[in-house]
Design a protein. Structure first.
Length: 175
């Protein structure tokens, strides 16, 4: 089964080409480090508009067949930060442990991590994870939660994801 992973950057300015999307590239670089399995990225940049974010998440999950979608941006308290609302609107189940762990890890570095509203959820057979917008925070958060991601995707009957154990070890319960 082919592994397709959605990378979605939510940013008004990056979507207008005002600045380069370093956050989306940081996710791709991190996943390239983590994954031993061959994978294809389905990559998009959209503005901070809830309906556009929702439609893009649905397209990546339902039409493009992504087993995992990782978003960056739009998780703060500002008025235009609506990525968690869009994620919740398209998911069947929320996975609050992801956000709890990511905030706990980020709080070791910055006190403002408490302002982050990143979350995760499941739409059909797709795990969606919201990450913060800063590349350094992206790696810190993914390092914390990614060991659980391959097993979550197993439970959703998605493709078997193998990690590069020299970089990150996926946790799967002993059979």
């Amino acid at each position: 089964m082919e592994i397709k992973i959605g990378i979605l950057t939510v940013s008004d300015r990056a979507s207008q080409g005002i600045y380069d999307d370093i956050s989306g590239k940081a996710i791709i670089d991190t996943l390239n480090d983590y994954l031993k399995s061959e994978w294809e990225s389905i990559y998009k940049i959209v503005p901070d508009e809830q309906n556009i974010i929702e439609e893009t998440l649905k397209e990546m999950a339902d039409e493009r067949g992504c087993c995992l979608i990782v978003t960056t941006g739009g998780t703060g308290p500002a008025k235009r930060d609506v990525t968690p609302e869009a994620t919740e609107a398209v998911c069947d189940k929320m996975m609050p442990g992801f956000g709890e762990l990511m905030r706990q890890v980020s709080l070791q570095y910055v006190p403002t991590a408490i302002l982050s509203r990143q979350t995760a959820g499941i739409r059909n057979q797709t795990l969606i994870i919201n990450l913060p917008g800063k590349p350094k925070s992206i790696r810190e958060c993914l390092d914390a939660v990614f060991p659980a991601v391959p097993y979550c995707i197993d439970l959703l009957e998605g493709p078997y994801i193998e990690t590069n154990e020299d970089v990150i070890k996926a946790f799967r319960p002993k059979k």
